[in-house]
Design a protein around this ligand. Structure first.
Ligand code: 3PY
Length: 251
């Protein structure tokens, strides 16, 4: 039985006090959602510490949205995986399309970031997904396959056992457009097949989350699909009520 995960990617939103308040509200409402759902919140670096302290003992995990590709040293402005782990974080989002698109992250960089994450006991939430042109040209399967082969295939079986994948079609991020439940299932099943080609039966255990304008009104339909194990939530994670309602998508 795979883990069901609802992770909130707060992106560059909320000031520290607002983030702490949001975390408190999520924690206060968690009992209204099935225990079978694992919640993760990923605030900006500036409030990872405060949010981690706020959520201590609640069962809600905290993750960062990125980490440096190096362990430490003269890398002005970077934040090392060890620093993130020291704040009580358990997860780190890597390879989000916004980082690939605006900050030029490549598979080469992401391999090094993955290495740093694992070296510091952080579970990577590795994002894959195609843009609109690639989808319209029917290249979406090839795009996600390459994103997996170039990074995930370099993991050891032990590392792979601690990986979460998020499929986020770029054309559905912040656009209000969502993949249909059928489109999500089709590509999630494909991703699992690509993972199985390298890691065999262990691919059955890997949680694959859907991301891209996932909201209370569409979560249940998407989460009902066999190969969708939860969501990486953008805008709707900024309202505790909506974030929790998405968790209720698991009947
Ligand atoms: C979105 O849903 O907008 C996301 O990018 C989640 O990571």
């Amino acid at each position: 039985m795979r883990k069901k995960i609802v992770a909130g990617n707060w992106k560059m939103n909320t000031l520290p006090a607002e983030g702490v308040e949001l975390a408190k509200q999520v924690a206060a409402g968690k009992h209204t959602v099935c225990d079978c759902v694992s919640f993760i919140v990923c605030p900006p670096f500036t409030h990872l510490s405060e949010v981690s302290k706020t959520l201590e003992g609640t069962g809600i995990a905290v993750g960062a949205q990125n980490c440096a590709a190096e362990a430490k040293g003269a890398y002005t402005g970077e934040v090392a995986a060890s620093m993130i782990a020291a704040l009580g974080c358990k997860y780190v989002i890597l390879g989000h399309s916004e980082r690939r698109q605006y900050y030029g992250e490549t598979s080469g960089t992401l391999n090094r970031k993955m290495e740093q994450a694992y070296a510091n006991n952080l579970v990577p939430i590795y994002c894959v997904g195609e843009n609109l042109d690639e989808r319209e040209a029917g290249k979406h399967f090839d795009v996600v396959k390459a994103q997996i082969e170039e990074v995930v295939y370099n993991l050891t079986p032990e590392q792979f056992g601690k990986l979460v994948i998020a499929y986020e079609p770029v054309w559905a991020i912040g656009t209000g457009k969502t993949a249909t439940a059928e489109q999500a299932q089709e590509i999630h099943a494909y991703i699992r097949k690509v993972l199985a080609a390298k890691f065999g039966a262990a691919a059955e255990e890997c949680p694959i989350l859907y991301g891209g304008s996932c909201k209370p009104s569409n979560a249940a339909e998407i989460f009902a699909k066999e190969d969708v194990d939860g969501g990486l939530i953008g805008g709707a994670a900024l309202k505790a009520e909506d974030f929790l309602a998405i968790g209720k998508g698991f009947a």
